[in-house]
Structure formats: C-alpha cells, structure tokens
Design a protein around this ligand. Sequence first.
Ligand code: PLP
Length: 394
Amino acid sequence: MPHHSDSHASTATPLAVYFDNAATTPLDPEVLDAMLPFMLEHFGNPSSIHGHGRKVRAAIENARKTIAHLINAAPAEISFTSGGTESDNYAAFGSVRTLGLRHAVTSKLEHHAVLHTLQALEKTGDITLSYLRHDAQGQLDLAHLDELLAANDRSFVSLMHANNEIGNLNDIVAIGDICERHKAIFHTDTVQTMGHYQHDVQKLKTHFLVGSAHKFHGPKGIGFLYRRPEVQVSPLIHGGSQERNVRAGTENVYGIVGLAKALEIACRDMAAHRQHIQALKERFISRLTTEIEDVRFNGLSATTDQSLYTVLSVSLPPSALNEMLLFNLDISRVSVSGGSACSSGADAGSHVLTALGCDPQRGAIRFSMSKYNTAPEVDYAVEQLAKMYRKVPA
Ligand code: PLP
C-alpha cells in the first residue's frame, strides 16, 4: 500500500508520520489525475452554452450522478457546496427558515459546524435549542430525544453519525425512527463516515446527509449536501441560478470532479482499507496499553463496533509533560491533534472532552489513520509517546 511518509523505522532518518486524517487526508494521486484535465484543457464555464461550457457541465452532472449512485439517491438530491461546514449550514438554515421550525435538538458533542450554526439561529430568535443528554462515554440518551420531540412542535434534529474527536458512532437508524415518529426533520453530519462507511439513503430516515471530499483523499473546499426532495432549502449564497438556484456562484469544477472520483475510489476499496486501518487501530490500542502508564481511551474509542475505525482518542495520565505533548510529538515529526478538557471557561480546550466531563489534568491526543498509514508508523508514534509516559516496571 503506498504511503506518504518520507522514510521508514528501520532507517536512520526519523519518520514524518501523519496521524491527523480526521482533520484532513492527503490527496489520492488517482483523484489528481481525474482533476487535472479540468484545470487545463476543460476550463469552460459550466453555465456557458457553447462547447467549452457544455463539456464542463457534462462533467459536473456526471459527478452528481456518481455521488447519487454511491449513496442510492437521485442526482437532483445532491447539491455541491464548499464542504462539510457549508452543508451543515444549509441543512440547518434551510430547514428552519423554509419550514418555519421553531425548535432544534442537538448535542454538545457535535462539531462546531453544527453547534455554532444552531447557536446562531438561537441567538437571532429563530429557534430555541435543546441539548440531548449523554453519558460520560458520549452515548446519547435516545429516550430524552423522544421526550424533547414530544414536548415541542415539529423540530429540527442534528445529530452526527460519528464524532470527529472521540470517534463515537451514533445509531442514526434509531434516531431516524424517533424523528419519523415525531415528524421531525433529521440532519446527520456524516463528514467523518462518508467514504469510510456505506450510506444508503433509501434505508435511512435522514432528510440530509453531508460529505466533504478532503476527509476521503479528495480536494479541500468541496463537498455536497444530500437533501430529500420534500425538504426545500433556501439559498445562503445569492447571485446566480447554479445548483438549481440553491447555491449561486460558478461551480468548483475540478473540485467536483475530484470529489466524485475520491468517493468512487473510497467506496470501491472500502472493505480492504477498513481492514487495514482497523488493524492499525488495534495495534495502537494494544501497544499503548502495554507501554504507557495509566493510558485510557476517551468515549467509546477503544470499542470496535461503536467507534470509527479511523479514530483513536487517547487519554494520558496527569503530568507536567501534557502541556508540551503536541509540541514534543511534532518535534519527533508525528502529526496528531490534541486538546484536553478545559479547566476553565477561558481555556480553549476540547468542547467534546469538556462535555464528557474528562479530567482536565489528563493529556489528550487523537490518532486518526488512513489507508496510507503503516504498522511501523504506529510503532514509531507509540515509541515517541513511551519516551514521555513509559510504564514503570512493577
Ligand atoms: N463536521 C465534522 C464532523 C467534521 O469533522 C468536519 C471537519 O473537521 C466538518 C464538519 C467540517 O467540514 P469542512 O472542513 O469540509 O468544512
């Protein structure tokens, strides 16, 4: 399997290891190959009616068909956006404004693309916002969802498929059933699962689904929103009739082509990549548990079936080293994300770990893996951590 690291554990040069794939993934060269002609030869504006324009329009509509086919939707149900954040905004603003919904439900574990969007709608008085209860591992209380939906008029519900920090997978089938019973509009942020898990909108009761190409080896700044035809969304961006009047502006053509190619590859090779990445995650868990003092895993991160196979959220013992944790790993050329629970309101730590009530004294890092990572990279990263937190033999 090809990988993007520049050397190997057996050589003298230290590895440059990238374990931050939940933040973004490297572009697949096959995706770049598909995009290049649309940067050079096929440069027409897709809204132009001449040959140059028509060629490019056809590529956009083919990309739409490809994506629709991969999630079992109709092409007209797919709109291209600049990525996950914009798609989440469309779903929330669109539903609240066009359907006149006055109440929304989310959880404090959502990505800011959802949380801040709903909080903005709350601030303007468009909605009241309820937060779903969850336990210390981040498992949502679905009985509470039932109560909240019963107590309010038709609601907008936004609950993610998988959490980007701790990896918890939510049961979007069960959530969809509850929403359907109460005629709520259900949006699920699938940014972390699109391209990593199969999605079939005919089997889900979600009104919206989102995808962001850079999370599955596609280009940055391009994504899509799936929308059930019975839910209209009003434009956030005005000025042209592109995307059936939903999103004005000349389309990001090579981005769209790259997005479709990246999703096609991700779905084509999903089983093999899943097996490869799951094995890396298990290696991480086993080696960290053996070598690191009092290591723990946040949320349901260490489970196999209730957590993203791409994400491992590690909790390290209280130590003066925690302040320098990410810095020290970076010096060792290991790129990861971190952020402990906040110890005060002014602290810009992780809102997710804070909501879980994690101990702010403990260190937190997220390893997120891709098809390009290797077992020697896992070993190298664990060794770097073990230099700081090695288990003292009893
Ligand atoms: N939602 C989730 C769960 C994410 O992990 C991210 C990316 O970090 C986003 C939304 C935002 O996506 P984008 O970077 O495409 O705007």
